[in-house]
Design a binder for this molecule. Structure first.
Ligand code: NAD
Ligand code: UDX
Length: 482
């Protein structure tokens, strides 16, 4: 494999877009084409800057710092295109960064990863390539997918061509993608332990070495690399489910989960990060990847291993339902016809992404209790919220949803005449709200349910609110209310 001069990325989503934009930023000597079948998405990546501010406000992915990176590189060595064939054909390295959602039907339904986008991309690479290439699995896939990709390529490619398959899973977190890509904890590259495999891995390492210190690039075998991605997400999600399980004990006993997390995190072996109790984790990865791991374990005839990881998801479902039930029970066991304001709809702050957001589950619970739900989120487009709350193709409940749900452009408007405010996402702007004004506009008693522990309950109680913070037990809440 020669040094990499031209890269194609198949898939211009949350991973392909930011990852390959950052590669283009750091590698001015490499030309990067990001290709996608979704023409609207590509058009949004190519959208014009705002005529007044000059900023790229219409990119399909919101990430702090991303618009600046795209602005700098687009048209220089970064291109977004729907001409996937041409982009593949011209590249010497192709990232496959397509979606791998949980299967909705058939074998492994509800657990296994749907690999048909990966397979379609692989077949396309085989059919259009007239030169040898390095193919990089960037999507999160079950163990041994690289082997399937190689078989497909070898069976379909023109004679004489050689394809090296690498696994290079992406560890960026949404909301901090550019920062994570610019300064990753590690870059993982898996390859076959053959001469060609190791050379291909070195070529990819050379790309990252434009900005990542070489000692941070860890090379392994293909299957270790594939499994490490599932393992890392399972371990991270397990920490959240573990602390959320503690939150339930705290609420029942009078302990404070923030103190417990801090006390535990001071132990170097545990560490302080990723121990924040919450209404439950969301995002497109954790649940999908654990389900994938569960399926893998079951298909390897390891049912105890499967059960172990399944419990992480069960605990997360419990965290969400427990929080929703707390709202209902606190509001005198009924929220029928009451207005509940939900602040935040994205699955975490600094992203417009709502995939598997805990807010979606909360809104469902509140709707089932016949409440009126008023939603505010600073970044999620209104159309996305409607899409997430209705179930097109399952039942057409759009009319009913629209009778029960309103979407607001400000916190103040969402909270007006509400009986309760529920903080579902930890957006920074929720830390500095004018709670006096919000309180004045609400029905009394006015409740705040902080699912992210971001507001100071003492201050809110001084304003007049009844406050429940996730993971805080009755002994430290308002004595009148306890
Ligand atoms: P996404 O849905 O945002 O993007 C995938 C894109 O691939 C879509 O735009 C889709 O149109 C395109 N696509 C699908 N099939 C195609 C084809 N045959 N040709 C061209 N384009 C095609 O998904 P994402 O969030 O970017 O995730 C991609 C992969 O990365 C998944 O496997 C995911 O598990 C993994 N991952 C995601 C994250 C994250 O934070 N989102 C982090 C690490 C890894
Ligand atoms: C995750 C992994 O962190 C990342 O390495 C991988 O590449 C993709 O999946 P992401 O889902 O984008 O990233 O965000 P993350 O920061 O991990 O948060 C996931 C969910 O967990 C969010 O809903 C977040 O609010 C929640 N969370 C996170 C907590 O509830 N408590 C925490 O302490 C941390």
């Amino acid at each position: 494999a020669p040094p990499v001069r031209r890269i194609c990325c198949i898939g211009a989503g949350y991973v392909g877009g930011p990852t390959c934009s950052v590669i283009a930023l750091n590698c001015p000597d490499i030309t990067v084409h990001i290709a996608d079948i979704n023409a609207a998405r590509i058009a949004a990546w190519n959208s014009d800057p705002d005529p007044v501010t000059g900023e790229l406000v219409n990119l399909p992915v919101y990430e702090p710092g991303l618009a600046e990176v795209v602005k700098k590189c687009r048209g220089r060595n970064l291109f977004f295109t729907t001409d996937i064939e041409k982009a593949i054909e011209e590249a010497d390295l192709v990232f496959v960064s397509v979606n791998t959602p949980t299967k909705k039907s058939g074998m492994g339904k509800g657990f296994a990863a749907d690999l048909h986008y990966v397979e379609a991309s692989t077949r396309l690479i085989a059919s259009v390539s007239s030169s040898s290439k390095i193919i990089v699995e960037k999507s999160t896939v079950p163990c041994r997918t690289a082997a399937s990709m190689r078989t497909i390529l070898e069976a379909n490619a023109r004679p004489g061509l050689h394809f090296d398959i690498l696994s290079n899973p992406e560890f960026l977190a949404e909301g901090t993608a550019v920062q994570d890509l610019q300064n990753p904890d590690r870059v993982l590259i898996g390859s076959l332990k053959t001469k060609e495999g190791e050379l291909a891995a070195r070529r990819l390492k050379d790309v990252y070495a434009h900005w990542v210190p070489r000692e941070k690039v860890y090379t392994t075998g293909l299957w270790s690399s594939e499994l490490s991605k599932l393992a890392a997400n399972a371990l991270l999600a397990q920490r959240i489910s573990s602390i959320n399980a503690m939150a339930a004990i705290c609420e029942a006993t009078g302990a404070d989960v923030q103190e417990v997390a801090h006390a535990c995190g001071l132990d170097k072996r545990i560490g302080p990060n990723f121990l924040k109790a919450s209404v439950g984790f969301g995002g497109s990865c954790f649940q999908k990847d654990i389900l994938n791991l569960v399926y893998l374990s079951e298909s390897l005839n390891l049912p105890q291993v499967a059960d172990y990881w399944k419990q992480v998801i069960t605990m997360n479902e419990y965290s969400k339902s427990r929080f929703a039930q707390k709202v209902v029970s606190t509001l005198f066991n009924t929220i029928t016809a009451k207005k509940v304001a939900v602040l935040g709809f994205a699955f975490k702050k600094n992203t417009g992404d709502t995939r598997e957001s805990a807010a979606i589950s909360l809104c469902r619970y509140f709707r089932q209790e016949n409440a009126f739900v008023a939603i505010y989120d600073p970044k999620v487009p209104e159309a996305q919220i409607w899409l997430d709350l209705t179930e097109p193709g399952v039942v057409d409940d759009t009319k009913q949803v629209k009778e029960q749900v309103t979407i607001h452009k400000s916190v103040q408007s969402a909270c007006k005449d509400a009986e309760a405010v529920v903080i579902a996402t930890e957006w920074d702007e929720f830390k500095t709200l004018d709670w006096e004004a919000i309180y004045a506009s609400m029905k009394k008693p006015a409740f705040v349910f902080d699912g992210r522990a971001i507001v100071d309950p003492k201050k809110l109680r001084q304003v007049g609110f009844k406050v429940h913070t996730v993971g805080q037990g009755p002994e430290i809440v308002d004595p009148i209310w306890a």
